[in-house]
Each structure stands twice: as C-alpha cells, then as structure tokens.
Design a protein around this ligand. Structure first.
Ligand SMILES: Nc1ncnc2c1ncn2[C@@H]1O[C@H](COP(=O)(O)OP(=O)(O)OP(=O)(O)O)[C@@H](O)[C@H]1O
Ligand SMILES: [Mg+2]
Length: 340
C-alpha cells in the first residue's frame, strides 16, 4: 500500500485522525489544497480506512473531459441515447456503487453539470442518459480541488448549494511551505522510495547545501515537487544546476533567497579552515553582494561557454556583451576550461 500521509505537523496529524474518524460515515468529503499537497492521498486513505476498502475506488478528473463526455462518464448512457451510443454503458457513479467515487478537480466542473450533480446528491438517485429508471447513488462521494471555491462562488463559477452539499466534511491540506519542519522527513522518505523504485543501492547522498536550500525553498508544487526534485537528482541531474534553478524560481516568485546561498561553496569552505579567524558572514553587505553577483556571473558565463563549445564569439553574442568584455570577465573571474 503506497499511499501514506507523512508529517509531524499538527495539521497533518489532525488529518490522519480525521481519516480514521470519518471513514465509515460516508458523509460527503471535500478536500481542498494547492497542487501536490496530497489531496488524492487523503481520498485513497479514506477509502482504505473504511469498510468499503474491498469495493472500488473510482476516480474521475472533472477538468480533463469536455462537458458531454464528462456527463456520460459520470452517469452512463442507454443504447441509442445519442449518435454512436450503440450499447448501454454504466457511468462511474454506478461502477463505484458501495465503493468510493472521487470527483477530482471538481472546481473545474462546468456549471450545467454542477446543477445536475446537485440534483443527484439531493435526491440520491439519477438516470443514465437516455434512460428512464432511477439508479440509486450508493457511492461515497469524495471531491477535491485546488481552486479557492469560496472565491469561485463569489464570481459565479461554482454553485453555492453544491458547495454546501459536498462540504459536509472539509479537509484542508496545508502547503509544504506551511509545514517546512516536515521537509527532512519527507526528503528521506522520497530518497528511500525512489531508491526502491529505481532499484539502486544506497550510494545516493543529498549534499548539505541542497538540504539547506530545501528548507528555505517555497515549494510551489508542494510535496509532489519535492518528490520529483529528489528523483531528478537521483537520476543524475547536476546538484549545482538544480541549486540555481531553485534560487531562480524563488526570485521569479518575488522571494529573496538569503545571499549566503549564492556564495561559492569553495569560498565558504575556506572560511572554516583551521586557525581562520574569519567570521561566518562576510564583512559587509557590499562584499556579500559582490560575491553573489560574481558567482552568478561566473556560472552564467561558464554555462554559455559550455553551450557553444567554448566559442567565445558566439558566447559573447548569446550574452549580449562585446567580445572584449567577455574576455575581460573570463580573465577577471578566473574562468577556465577545467571548471566546465
Ligand atoms: N504527506 C505526504 N506524505 C507522503 N507522500 C505525500 C504526501 N503528500 C503528498 N505525497 C505524495 O506527493 C504526490 C502528490 O500527491 P497527490 O497526488 O495526492 O497531490 P494532489 O493534492 O492530489 O495534487 P494535484 O492537485 O496536483 O492533483 C504523490 O506522489 C503523493 O504520494
Ligand atoms: Mg490530485
């Protein structure tokens, strides 16, 4: 069983408790949270913890299908209901009978279908398209979305009555940034998980710089992003490039990464030398800024040189500096082929 909800943060502990409490009530559940926070994990755990665990868990992604297809997928159809319906087909609601129907991305459900969904939830029954007999809803309805439904309701994109129908039990997934203390635990978990999946030995080590950065990074893609970042590293991505990518993402999202993270690791290492009286932090903000700027400049120039196979004219073109400036910088920053 691969679905686990790890975390020591109080909000995660509460969700784990809630899962065991509500799993046999069959009250509608609405799971809210940003992308990658574990909404599907919770839905599957609810199913697993309930007496419905031996019945089906049917997931339908409401964002992935156009209106008519989504409707027929949900409720099924009778032979002849529309052109091309040459035989009857049960919908997901029927297939999930006595089990769970997971309405993923419900916030993207078109309004017309929201109206039908409300009516189905109110009456507890529905008709297949083109059919007349009533089919009872026996599935446990669990819905999830990354949308802010309260906002969507205000602008008329989500029906308020449907919201209250679904929102009997609300589970709000915290973002990873809200529970940074869980990052080391999750990091180790994913290292082990990917190690098993990739069938590799335990030689992979996450370097200290990245561990520190993982703690500071804002993880817009939440737990999924952490997992895939670790996977990339384990599959051979350059840790240094990744470090710059994460720092770049932070800047692009308007966050200021601590300048210390821009320092050349070799300079940092030098500071720790035996007998060195150097403090941990460089002398002045000006020095720190200069170091950071030099370090970034060096990395960018090196990268461009690598791209062009050390063709300096092309590199100068790419970087939009004169040939002379590039030469000066290469010399001044001490860039050599051995660093590539
Ligand atoms: N607390 C957690 N412990 C362990 N793994 C987790 C946790 N939360 C999420 N994951 C893992 O992160 C990944 C994303 O989780 P999930 O698919 O449940 O997110 P989601 O909220 O449904 O995202 P989306 O909105 O993008 O569909 C999965 O691989 C899941 O196993
Ligand atoms: Mg999901």
């Amino acid at each position: 069983m691969k679905h686990i909800l790890l975390g020591k943060h109080p909000s995660i502990k509460k969700i784990r408790e809630l899962i065991t409490m509500v799993s046999d009530t069959a009250f509608n559940v609405l799971i809210l949270g940003e992308t990658g926070t574990g909404k599907e994990v919770v839905a599957r755990l609810l199913h697993y913890a309930s007496s419905r665990r031996n019945k089906r868990f049917i997931k339908i992604n409401c964002a992935a299908l156009p209106l008519t297809l989504l409707e027929s997928e949900l409720f099924g159809y009778k032979k002849g209901a529309f052109t091309g319906a040459d035989k009857s087909k049960p919908g997901k609601f029927e297939l999930a009978s006595d089990g769970v129907i997971f309405l993923d991305e419900i916030g993207d459900m078109p309004l017309v279908l929201q109206a039908k969904m409300l009516q189905v939830l109110q009456s507890g029954e529905f008709n297949r398209l083109g059919g007349t007999e009533d089919v009872k809803v026996n599935a446990w309805v669990i819905a999830s979305t990354h949308h802010d439904l309260e906002k969507d309701m205000k602008v008329g994109l989500f029906r308020e009555d449907l919201y209250y129908r679904l929102n009997i039990i609300k589970v709000e997934m915290p973002s990873l940034a809200e529970r940074k203390k869980d990052i080391p635990l999750l990091t180790n978990h994913f290292i082990n998980e990917h190690r098993r999946d990739l069938k590799i030995g335990d030689h992979f080590k996450l370097n200290g710089d990245l561990r520190k950065l993982f703690q500071l990074y804002h993880w817009p893609g939440n737990v999924r992003e952490l997992s895939s970042t670790i996977l990339r590293l384990m599959m051979g991505d350059d840790p240094e490039k990744l470090r710059f990518e994460l720092l770049g993402n932070m800047k692009a999202d308007g966050l200021t990464p601590p300048l210390k993270l821009f320092l050349d690791p070799s300079e940092e290492a030098g500071k720790g030398k035996k007998g060195s009286k150097e403090p941990d932090i460089p002398k002045s903000l000006k020095d720190l800024k200069r170091n950071a700027a030099n370090y970034i400049e060096k990395k960018v120039i090196l990268h461009a040189l690598e791209m062009t196979g050390w063709n300096k004219r092309q590199t100068a073109n790419i970087l939009k500096v004169s040939y002379k400036t590039l030469f000066y910088k290469i010399d001044n920053l001490g860039i050599g082929r051995e660093q590539a």
